[in-house]
Design a protein around this ligand. Structure first.
Ligand SMILES: [Zn+2]
Ligand SMILES: [Zn+2]
Ligand SMILES: [Zn+2]
Length: 350
């Protein structure tokens, strides 16, 4: 018998097929493969992108390297084809009963590595940490612009997940509104808090750690788990164990742990699902209320294994062919080498 499950945060129902549960090998996937060709994000092509807004490069002979020169580890540039424009004012207005405003926003690209063949999962932890610091630096900068209400960081990995360039990168969009999906999470979390005076995410972390069945991995500061009512097979969330409402407010030591947690989860996914395309989003508090007791920032990772079809569009329901307990077990049991490898690291268990 299939099961209907409700997400406790947003109240969204999903259908979990339990009878003919799909295992990792049952999905026909678009494995992410490199095709090569000219790439504006590669080392040496710095003049093929808009001028950088941020880059980390080790200082050469004590002197800071010039802008848009090689030698960087992470580089942030404005998107060449931005979804929104940075200049101007919001200009909220009515059109009869309808509302509109100018398409103001920032749209940036975080190039995660100068090397074309690397992925976020295959970068050394130290380099992943650089990427996370770049997110933080950009958020802190853009937050000063009072036109922006929300800053979303997301990643499309692989063509099937919507990536137009294969070189490892994330995108950042600063918006003059709080997006609806985030509003739903905020409202759900607020309501739970009003009722129980506890953060719903903290409660989820506590209960899932006790139960264990949906936990994928864990380190000192982060837990990775399959949510109780996931929309997609192998959907995985990464949450800080200590309550923190905004990504950029995290204590500086946390980014190192997060780099390790991300590398673990992404490497496990690559191993179990054979380099799947995926989307990753960081959900954090809106820029104008970054410190609160009810919302808990987190990362959602959604491998692209199924297609959204008419039923999903028509209902907002999702049909998930893999129970989260099974997805979590496959990911948990996949042994992957992360640095430093344990002294008795077993061979890849597959
Ligand atoms: Zn490249
Ligand atoms: Zn919390
Ligand atoms: Zn979320």
């Amino acid at each position: 018998m299939p099961e209907l499950r409700k997400d406790p945060i947003v109240g969204r129902w999903v259908i979990i097929s339990t009878d003919r549960a799909k295992r990792p090998t049952d999905f026909t996937r678009d494995q992410v493969k490199l095709r090569g060709g000219f790439c504006p994000f590669c080392y040496g092509n710095e003049n093929k992108t808009p001028s950088e807004v941020l880059a980390y490069r080790p200082a050469q002979n004590g002197a800071a390297a010039p802008k848009d020169s090689p030698g960087w580890t992470v580089r942030v540039v404005p998107n060449k084809f931005p979804a929104l424009g940075i200049e101007g004012n919001i200009g909220r207005q009515a059109e009869g009963m309808f509302d509109k405003m100018n398409g103001i926003g920032a749209h940036e690209v975080v190039i995660e590595t100068p090397e074309h063949t690397k992925t976020l999962a295959s970068l050394p932890e130290r380099r992943i940490e650089d990427v996370l610091w770049a997110f933080r630096d950009r958020i802190l900068d853009l937050k000063q612009d009072k036109r922006f209400r929300y800053i979303l960081i997301f990643k499309n990995h692989g063509e099937a997940a919507g990536a137009s360039l294969e070189h490892a990168h994330c995108q950042l969009i600063a918006l003059p509104i709080v997006p609806k999906q985030v509003v739903e999470e905020l409202d759900g979390a607020k309501e739970y808090y009003r009722y129980k005076e506890r953060c719903i995410f903290c409660d989820i972390i506590r209960q899932e750690s006790e139960v264990g069945a949906r936990v994928v991995a864990e380190n000192q500061d982060f837990v990775s788990l399959a949510p109780y009512a996931p929309r997609f097979p192998f959907e995985t969330w990464v949450l800080p164990k200590r309550h923190e409402s905004a990504f950029e407010n995290s204590p500086s030591t946390v980014y190192e742990s997060l780099a390790r947690a991300l590398k673990t989860v992404l490497t496990k996914m690559d191993s179990v699902l054979d380099n799947p395309a995926y989307n990753l989003v960081i959900h954090s508090s809106p820029t104008q209320e970054t410190t609160n007791d009810y919302y808990h920032w987190h990362i959602e990772i959604m491998p692209k294994l199924t297609k959204t079809a008419g039923f999903e569009w028509g209902t907002g329901f999702y049909i998930n062919p893999t129970p989260p307990e099974e997805a979590a077990r496959f990911l948990r049991e996949a042994t992957v080498e992360t640095s430093p490898p344990p002294a008795t690291a077993p061979a890849l268990a597959r």
